[in-house]
Design a protein. Sequence first.
Length: 95
Amino acid sequence: MCEGGEVVWREFVLTEHDGSAPFWTFPTRAVRDRRYKLHVNLLQSRAHPTYAYCAEPKLAFFRTGTNAEELAAAPEHVRQAYATWRNPPRGDLGR
């Protein structure tokens, strides 16, 4: 590539994420091609742990997060986005 040769790109990209700490573990996997991305949530049985620390601040570090009053006053599409963040679907296919 540095010598000016042609780069052959992969057809698919696979990703995985488990969490940055044991209490934030929420494993997800994704596969993407040029057109679509399939995202899979492997722990459908519980809420996303980062939601509570950002949208319902409990730690001093996250005091800048959204509070309950702000969320209640937000437009419906914002409240729906927060609800999806808290309890994401098992899978999501997007562009």
